[in-house]
Design a protein around this ligand. Sequence first.
Ligand SMILES: [Zn+2]
Length: 259
Amino acid sequence: MDADLLILLAVLLPPAALDSLGRLVEERTVPTPYGAVGPLALRRPEHGPGVWLQPYTGVSTRTDPRATIYAALSLGARQVLNWDQGIAINPVLQRGHVAVVTDYVDFTRQPTTFGGGLPGSFGRMLPASVPWEEGSHRPPLCPRLSAALRRAIPFAVDTVYLGVDGPRRETPAEARLYRQWGIDVVGQNLIPEAALAQEAGLCYAGLVTVGDVGADRPLPAAHGEVRAALGAVLAALPTVVAEAMAPGDCGCADQRAPL
Ligand SMILES: [Zn+2]
């Protein structure tokens, strides 16, 4: 196995920012039934686990979320972390805050299921409903990988995320509506990948850097706080990778398609 963790980078970073995750050892484009994904970069430090990285922003047409999750399966990655930049809807949140996603609302028009089966080499049909421990609901994101994020980034706060389609921003009326729904942050890259990953038996967690405040709030003057927050998360990424490999039980893999 090349690397167990795929990080989707929906934030803009300077080119040298990821050197802390190790040397670039491979670039690969993965064909999928939903379009090609890549080039994905494999970085490997001198000691410790490697990690796959995929830029997840800056394209005019969004990557089909099914292609992304299918590519993760093809690479043999069992864990996917999505690092998005979001808009603060909760008035407590400001630019530069960092959040771990604990729950979400899917307001996108993207495909949210593989339709009961994974095509191609993952041909086994998935069950129509994913069984979970008796007497409890299945958590919307992987609790083990989310806990790893909290250990590695202790300054991150827990948030409820609203996934929307871009590229347009929310209107002030929408921002007020989202807050009434109990939303903390809104973004365009994290959802519905979470549902697709769950269907495919992958661990999936979401991290958000707050880059702006909702359209119903006055825009405060920028003081470099977003850049500072991106830097703080970057500095913690090697710890995130290490913590993601820590043993733990989450049950996400119970419905994994056989590789
Ligand atoms: Zn999991």
